[in-house]
Write a protein that binds this ligand. Structure first.
Ligand SMILES: Cc1cc2nc3c(=O)[nH]c(=O)nc-3n(C[C@H](O)[C@H](O)[C@H](O)COP(=O)(O)OP(=O)(O)OC[C@H]3O[C@@H](n4cnc5c(N)ncnc54)[C@H](O)[C@@H]3O)c2cc1C
Length: 407
């Protein structure tokens, strides 16, 4: 067959751009294809104006999935100092944000611009608005259907996850991987808001506080499903860092009736909160209980938790029955909410599931089933916490594939 390119990269998100430019730096003729008019993929839509590329708390404990060790090689070869150094060399200074450990460029556009510039400086070709509909193995390489048939010795599959289908996400990557013989774990929304059956949380829109979350399914605690961080009440559900980090467990467990446990005093033991409540109430026996509780919880939330204990508005602390105090204490450290779902793939910032990592060599990102095929980024069955961890892995896995392809 006539080989037009050494490498075709399918997807021009962080992972695809990094894979493409790294392969091209090694002198390989490289073509990067993306279905969207612009490149950068999901990273272009990152929220809060802080497009993190890594996190000061980077570590294996921030990754989740069937085989977390899978990420080790990619992350050691392209760790946080190397990542920072790469962007600095390409004119983008990353800075530590004041919150969540985010490490960000001045703007997301700067980071994508640096990747595109680096790609173009190698002579690699970038084609946008080019949808890949299929990949076939042919003698000694691959035929890539992208309007016209294209040929390459090697293919890097960097088509991202199924979330945000309206912005170029979708199941193309999984479909192509499956057509070549790979298995994919089902995709569920992750880094997403969570909906609950109870209506009272929707009456507190805008309330933002730190919480500790855990999940039980059929009354059994779900191992690993724990998160500490911010939670924001909204009219449509709960959101925020802690909610995002627990959301990946909701979809796969929906049939079991998952229950969200909220500790409004993260990091504090039950006994410590009990003593605190005892002291606060002890010092304010004549005060209305909804004013006294204000010392421990936002007033709007405190009033609701008191109402759950059937405490009448304005009732003084000394009028509270012991049963009501105990009930209030339990709710402060273990409010239970019936999770009914997430805000869905169209709103999710990421997703779980993807190409099974046991079918991919973590030292190179090459498929163990299809020689010459590389799988990188969010398309793999790897999940990470919200806050730049997935973005770092996308870059690192792309880097590793670019260094390994046709080696
Ligand atoms: C709002 C938002 C906030 C986020 N916040 C965080 C965060 O705080 N921390 C974190 O770690 N992660 C976060 N993420 C997720 C993170 O951005 C992604 O995991 C990461 O960018 C994935 O990179 P990728 O290159 O693997 O895939 P993508 O960015 O999804 O890129 C895949 C590319 O492939 C292209 N493509 C797909 N199908 C085809 C096809 N058939 N033909 C041609 N091209 C195709 C797409 O157009 C896309 O450009 C966030 C995402 C969003 C949307």
């Amino acid at each position: 067959m006539t080989v037009a390119f050494d490498v075709i990269v399918i997807g021009g998100g962080l992972s695809g751009l990094m894979a493409g430019l790294t392969a091209a730096e090694r002198g390989l003729s490289t073509l990067v294809l993306d279905r969207n008019p612009g490149v950068g993929g999901k990273y272009c839509y990152t929220s809060m104006g802080a497009a993190a590329l890594t996190n000061t708390g980077m570590g294996l404990d921030r990754f989740h999935g069937r085989d977390i060790r899978f990420v080790t090689d990619a992350l050691s070869a392209f760790d946080a100092p190397v990542l920072r150094g790469w962007f600095e060399e390409h004119g983008v200074q990353l800075a530590d944000a004041e919150y969540y450990g985010l490490v960000c460029p001045p703007s997301g556009g700067d980071a994508v611009g640096a990747l595109v510039e680096a790609l173009e400086s190698t002579g690699a070709e970038l084609r946008t608005e080019c949808v890949v509909t299929g990949v076939e193995r042919v003698d000694g390489g691959f035929r890539v259907q992208a309007g016209e048939p294209l040929q390459a010795k090697s293919v890097v599959l960097a088509a991202g996850g199924a979330n945000l289908p309206q912005l170029g996400g979708g199941d193309d990557g999984y479909r192509i991987a499956v057509s070549l013989g790979h298995q994919c774990e089902p995709a569920y929304a992750a880094h997403a808001g969570v909906t609950v059956a109870e209506t009272w949380p929707t009456t507190l829109p805008g309330l933002w506080m730190d919480v500790e979350l855990s999940l039980t399914v059929g009354c059994k605690p779900l191992r690993d499903a724990r998160a500490i961080g911010s939670m924001l009440f909204t009219q449509s559900g709960l959101t925020g860092e802690a909610v995002f980090n627990i959301s990946r467990y909701i979809g796969p467990n929906l049939d079991g009736g998952p229950e969200l446990h909220v500790n409004f005093h993260p990091g504090m033991e039950f006994d410590d909160v009990a003593q605190w409540l005892h002291r606060v109430f002890g010092e304010r026996t004549r005060e209305p209980s909804d004013r006294a509780i204000d010392f421990m919880l936002p007033a709007s939330l405190g009033s609701i938790l008191l109402a759950h204990q059937k405490v009448k508005p304005g009732a003084r602390v000394m009028q509270l029955h012991e049963r009501q105090r105990q009930g209030l204490l339990t709710e402060m450290v273990d409010t239970r909410l019936r999770a009914t779902g997430t805000l869905g793939m169209r709103a999710a910032e990421s997703c779980s599931g993807g190409v099974q990592v046991r079918e991919v060599d973590p030292r190179t990102m090459q498929s163990k089933l299809v020689p010459g095929l590389y799988v990188v980024g969010r398309l793999l069955d790897i999940c990470a916490d919200w806050g730049g961890f997935e973005q770092h892995f996308s870059l690192a896995s792309g880097r590793l594939a670019g260094l390994s392809v046709l080696q």
